[in-house]
Design a protein around this ligand. Structure first.
Ligand code: HEM
Length: 186
């Protein structure tokens, strides 16, 4: 994955636990990289090793680290670095989610070697939809949960996310039930 992903893991850990803990996590992971370059590609293994080491050092389950990372990705990485891209993709949560299937094709203009996830929206109602998530990577469903929670906070729209079909349980891909509070009529 692009270095910006590992850099974002670093930012999240440093923000909440400080630099010394980040150094400990890198050493536990056996990752010997001083500075991650945002627009260089790194092996996915590095990201998985860092997340596993963070889980061990912080004594938190991997799922919880990934959920926190999803929120951090939206509320810090994306909002601070790519605010324009986010704003162009919808002015409220339901609009943003409906546009999500096309989102990473814009990201790919900045990062040409991107291997993005694929999203599809189905069963769309005023207050819910089913989000289908396809990836060639494993174990990132909790990251998607965190991303949805982060978007809910960004749009100040309470949101609930439930994994209803899981690849880890034999499903073809992950499916989430995403439900939000609809704004009262003005
Ligand atoms: C401006 C904001 C964003 C940028 C710049 C961005 C960029 C990226 C990058 C660089 C990766 C790593 C893939 C690679 O390097 O090959 C990635 C992965 C991913 N992104 Fe985004 N992204 C953004 C917003 C979002 C949003 C809003 C969502 C969903 C709500 C999302 C969902 C994901 C997921 C689930 C992955 C994991 C890859 C996988 O499943 O295979 N991203 N993104």
């Amino acid at each position: 994955m692009y270095g910006m992903v590992n850099k974002a893991v670093e930012d999240m850990v440093c923000l909440h636990h400080g630099e010394a803990v980040w150094e400990q996590i890198k050493s536990e992971a056996g990752v010997d990289v001083d500075v991650f370059m945002s627009n260089e590609s790194y092996s996915d293994d590095i990201t998985y090793l860092l997340v596993a080491a963070a889980s061990k050092v912080l004594k938190m389950p991997v799922e919880q680290i990934l959920i926190g990372f999803g929120e951090h990705w939206i509320l810090h990485t994306a909002q601070e670095g790519y605010g324009g891209l986010l704003q162009a993709s919808g002015k409220n949560l339901p609009d943003f989610l409906r546009n999500l299937p096309n989102f990473h094709s814009r990201v790919a203009m900045i990062f040409p070697k991107l291997q993005p996830p694929r999203f599809e929206c189905a069963n769309i109602t005023a207050g819910s939809l089913k989000l289908h998530y396809y990836s060639h990577r494993e174990g990132l469903a909790p990251f998607v949960v965190g991303l949805m929670q982060g978007l809910g906070k960004m749009f100040k729209t309470p949101v609930t996310v439930r994994l209803v079909e899981a690849k880890t349980q034999g499903a073809d891909h992950d499916v989430f039930d995403v439900t939000w509070t609809t704004a009262p009529a003005a």
